[in-house]
Design a binder for this molecule. Structure first.
Ligand SMILES: [Zn+2]
Length: 170
């Protein structure tokens, strides 16, 4: 089955996305559209969406409906920034089995979740640019694999354990 939305959203292929509330960019630029179905996304209003999945630079938006429909359309068409996804990225980069966008994507990942961001930062400090990781020595590769283990623990914890709340009302 082909979906016209896949072609519309082709520039977002492979991008790491996270869900967030829409925030206007300026007085003149107060809305965006879902790249796939063109539904309007803005801060508030009737018959508009107020949140969506966006790239780290917030220049591309995909609505939740399209995200859910398209993420399975082809592998890695869309994905959410989760500890498991970051662990997969590192393993792929270590093995040399990656596409050009993977490297660029990984360098600009900067996850919002604090624990996840910390592990991502650590990985970026181990051995230089991700495209060089495949040529790292044993010791540095093991450091990265150690980070992968921590990421997987973080992912497992996030799913099974109760959510940690930081607010006083939680
Ligand atoms: Zn959409």
């Amino acid at each position: 089955m082909t979906d016209w939305r896949i072609d519309n959203a082709r520039h977002t292929r492979g991008a790491a996305l996270h869900v967030q509330k829409y925030v206007r960019r300026s007085d003149e630029w107060e809305h965006d559209h879902c790249e796939a179905c063109t539904t309007k996304i803005m801060e508030s209003g009737a018959n508009v969406l107020t949140e969506g999945y966006t790239t780290t630079d917030k220049y591309r938006w995909i609505c939740a409906q399209c995200f859910n429909d398209l993420k399975g359309a082809s592998t890695r068409f869309l994905r959410e920034t989760t500890p498991e996804a970051v662990a997969d990225d590192i393993e792929r980069l270590l093995s040399g089995n990656y596409a050009a966008w993977d490297v660029d994507d990984y360098e600009h990942l900067n996850p919002r979740d604090r624990d996840l961001r910390e592990l991502w930062r650590r990985s970026m400090q181990v051995g230089g640019l991700p495209e060089e990781w495949v040529r790292l020595d044993h010791e540095h590769k093991n450091e990265l694999r150690d980070i992968v283990r921590h990421l997987k623990q973080l992912g497992a914890h996030g799913k099974s354990g109760p959510r940690k709340f930081s607010g006083p009302d939680a």
